[in-house]
Design a protein around this ligand. Structure first.
Ligand SMILES: [Zn+2]
Ligand SMILES: [Zn+2]
Length: 304
């Protein structure tokens, strides 16, 4: 304990009153408490001199230290920055000069073991985010960027779920603000607000698959309305936005695009020029898909 910058003895009777209930053995009246065990099973050896030193305190022992400091007004010197915890301005004044500048004040009512732990380790733990719901038609949301980690309230459910959808939301009655992936996956946004996320042409795939892609699958920014491709009687899964460079190793989707251009009545020269100009970050651009049944890769082109 500090008094005018010097270390002075603590009130031994208060120290004893705090420590004795935590001693896991019978303490005789003429002996100081030499060992404490906290409620969580962590323990520490106690050395009593001018101050009380608890050697290698576990999380539960920090609570005992907090109680000691709250009841005696003693400072808790730390071996790092911040240099000490005191329970008030007066405690700060009595600290030795070398400790004073780097000390923090935590009032007795707030001084707990957890508070001490937070002062010792002020950086917040990285947030644990819940598992994303499965999206069978848009499986790799981290790569496509349609869902990102965010501390943001969902405009549909009103909760901060740790993730937010960055893509387009269509519909006449959609709320302002972004949506969480759970409100998309569970169909809440579709049911409540008539929201939909992708254009799907009827007749290309079973109605059940079309509804899942339209109303419960995260979309991505596109240039124009276009149709989600199908293969083997099911909607394909979206892999990402690609350009000529990304498509080069995939002859199948390139042939698929040539077929499309032929449908539009394009000459082969114009088609090859168009395919070479495909750009991941601009337009014309292409979307890469894979058949969920046979694995065939497909591409759709998009431009204004
Ligand atoms: Zn939500
Ligand atoms: Zn297929």
């Amino acid at each position: 304990m500090f008094r005018d910058g010097d270390v002075v003895p603590m009130d031994a009777s208060v120290v004893r009153k705090v420590l004795e209930p935590h001693a896991p053995y019978d303490v005789s009246d003429d002996e100081p408490v030499e060992w404490v065990r906290a409620a969580d099973g962590s323990d520490a050896e106690v050395y009593t001199g001018h101050g009380v030193y608890l050697d290698r305190p576990g999380p539960g022992v920090l609570d005992i230290i907090a109680e000691l400091a709250s009841r005696t007004g003693a400072a808790i010197p730390l071996l790092s920055e911040p240099t000490a915890i005191v329970t008030g301005e007066e405690g700060l004044r009595h600290l030795s000069e070398d400790l004073r500048a780097g000390a923090v004040v935590v009032p007795p009512a707030l001084l707990t073991g957890q508070a001490i732990a937070q002062v010792l380790r002020p950086r917040p733990e990285p947030r644990q985010r819940p598992m994303l719901p499965p999206f069978p038609y848009h499986p790799d949301l981290m790569t496509t960027g349609s869902i990102v980690a965010a501390d943001e309230t969902c405009a549909c459910c009103g909760h901060d779920q740790g993730w937010i959808y960055t893509g387009p939301v269509h519909g006449e009655d959609v709320p302002e603000g972004r949506l969480c992936p759970y409100c998309i996956a569970y169909g809440t946004a579709a049911k409540r607000h008539g929201a939909f996320f992708n254009e799907v042409e009827a007749r290309r795939m079973p109605e059940e698959a079309a509804a899942l892609i339209r109303e419960r699958t995260p979309g991505f920014a596109t240039w124009q309305d276009w149709g989600w491709p199908a293969h083997c009687g099911d909607g394909a899964e979206f892999l990402g936005v690609v350009g000529a460079k990304e498509l080069a190793p995939h002859p199948d989707p390139l042939d698929h695009l040539r077929l499309r251009c032929a449908e539009w009545g394009w000459e082969s020269g114009a088609t090859e020029e168009f395919l070479a100009a495909l750009n991941k970050d601009g337009q014309p651009t292409a979307y890469l898909f894979r058949c969920r049944a046979c694995g065939t890769r497909l591409a759709e082109a998009d431009f204004t």
